[in-house]
Write a protein that binds this ligand. Sequence first.
Ligand code: T5A
Ligand code: NA
Length: 210
Amino acid sequence: IEGNNKASRGALVVLEGLDRSGKSSQCSRLVPFLEGQGISAELWRFPDRTTNVGQMISAYLTNTSQLDDHTIHLLFSANRWEKRSLMESKLKTGTTLIVDRYSYSGVAFSSAKGLDFEWCKVPEIGLPAPDVVVYLDISPEKAAERGGYGGERYEKLEFQKKVADWYKVLHDVSWKDVDACQPIEDVEKQLQEIVLDCVTECRKGSPFPP
Ligand code: T5A
Ligand code: NA
């Protein structure tokens, strides 16, 4: 989205974090909260496993298919690109999008496998930029204790440690860190504040991307 200064635009809110950090739990609480405040909001997630590309990704994650590391990286990115125009039109018409994982997951997970960091970032260039990135901060050890990993491809402690290191590289001052080890309701409260601030800024018509 370029130069869209309309006061009515929605906010693009991205939640990132290690597997089991609580992203999906928080995203599904945020949307009804925002709607209750009279804010039009939708929950989005990446990978979006419902598309054809998403089904290839899902098969890979559940180990029912094998793919070259570069190929799966590009599929994750393609899965975002196939949603780009819908994402942009939703934002332009005033819908706030709460997005469970985005480009940062793409770069952090593939870099953790050993792919070149700069190469990993390239296919993400040109996707809508988030208004805020919230990082649900939890140690890989604590995350691993939660409810047990489901057995998907990346749900292994040693790998998650590498992902955490790459998230640190990606992290910039604009990110909002929330301690994800707090009780779920406390995390929720902090997220509500961050997101309400962000939505308010967007309604004032601050430039997009910020
Ligand atoms: N991936 C993704 C890439 O490699 N490249 C990409 O471009 C993208 C987009 C699938 C995998 O794909 C990788 C990253 C992933 O490895 P996914 O479908 O988002 O990504 O993964 P899921 O398995 O659906 O979700 P996660 O494992 O990431 O978990 P969440 O959503 O962070 O955590 P959530 O909310 O499901 O909670 C986990 C457990 O913790 C409890 C919950 O009740 C649940 O049991 N919990 C808490 N417990 C105590 N205190 C709290 N505050 C808690 N919050 C939640
Ligand atoms: Na999730």
